[in-house]
Design a protein around this ligand. Structure first.
Ligand code: ADP
Length: 311
């Protein structure tokens, strides 16, 4: 668990963080969101002391982070940034093994671990392990960034707008991947985004900030149904009911079974993809969608009437 008590950060006249209190439960994914300049990146970086707070207390699993050597603290916390930040002169496998290397793991152990992590993020280690970052797409590099952050098995992962530099389709795939990985590894994750839909899809809780302070800290459903104030309601924006659909996978709405042959030409969507994007495809004119599992096998189909329960 991470507990931030009365965290302040001042830059001369600028108050970047103003007495922030936040408790992040073990194994939960908390999204920090808010308008540009509200302090979300500063708050994220205070957790691993890339930024030293001006005041307050940071407790990680009961230990005062301000008593820990900041270099050791940072090695014990995974960190993922927007453009992956891979070392261009190291292979993918070596990039993933960077923190285990710093921690003194044997070569065999750290390279085995790197391959295990590449497989976890669905990159075949035999195919990608010896390549260099520039030989991968942006989305693949981002997966490597996640593999690298998880390599030393940290309890805490900090993710700073990790998916904001990729195209919308890749972004949705990466969000699905993160949810799948999180079901396996159950890390305590702090995730910064400026995208409310991403926050709703990923967050166990959302922390909405403004002017260096927390405006509302709640699970997405509560925030959508009961915004704390007019600012929160405005930030969530139009159609909160539709936004809530982002919490569901299309598999929750599909009719299971082998789709009829007449549907053979229909667009295919992954079972774990968001119900909201399936609904937009259906509203956009597709009469049905075939739902496929992770191996690509059809497991059901979905059409507009399957969303009728929402009405
Ligand atoms: P966000 O991530 O929400 O966009 P930041 O955490 O980056 O916001 O910044 C919060 C506030 O602190 C902003 O007003 C920003 O201009 C200010 N700030 C951030 N870093 C510095 C710095 N190194 N020097 C001065 N002001 C800073």
């Amino acid at each position: 668990m991470i507990r931030l008590n009365q965290i302040d950060k001042h830059y001369e006249q600028v108050v970047a963080l103003n007495r922030v209190n936040l408790e992040i439960e073990h194994g939960k994914l908390v999204v920090l969101i808010g308008p540009s300049g509200c302090g979300k990146s500063t708050l994220l970086r205070v957790v691993n002391r890339m930024i030293e707070p001006s005041g307050g207390q940071i407790l990680i699993d009961g230990k005062d982070a301000l008593d820990i050597d900041p270099v050791l603290l940072r090695r014990s916390i995974g960190y993922v940034i927007q453009s992956a930040g891979l070392f261009p002169h190291l292979t993918i496998r070596e990039n993933v093994a960077v923190v285990p290397h710093l921690l003194g793991w044997s070569k065999a152990r750290r390279l085995d671990r790197a391959d295990e992590m590449l497989a976890l993020v669905q990159l075949d280690p035999h195919k990608f392990g010896n390549r260099y970052p520039k030989e991968l797409s942006g989305g693949q590099q981002q997966r490597v960034g996640i593999a690298r952050a998880l390599a030393a098995d940290p309890a805490v992962l900090l993710m700073d707008e990790p998916f904001s530099a990729v195209d919308p389709i890749t972004r949705e795939q990466l969000q699905e991947e993160l949810l799948r990985i999180q079901r396996d590894v159950r890390k305590t994750i702090v995730f910064v985004t400026h995208d409310i839909d991403e926050a709703i899809r990923l967050g166990d809780k959302i922390c909405l900030m403004r002017d260096g302070a927390v405006v509302q800290y709640a699970d997405p459903d509560t925030m959508l149904r009961h915004p704390a104030d007019a600012f929160t309601a405005q930030f969530i924006g139009q159609e909160p009911e539709l936004k809530r659909l982002g919490r569901h996978n299309v598999g929750d709405f599909m009719r299971p079974g082998t789709p009829e042959p007449s549907l053979a030409g229909a667009e295919r969507v992954g079972q774990a993809s968001s119900a909201r994007s399936a609904l937009s495809k259906l509203l956009g004119g597709q009469s049905s969608l075939i739902v496929v599992d992770a191996s690509g096998a059809a497991v059901g189909h979905v059409s507009l009437s399957d969303f009728a329960a929402l009405a």
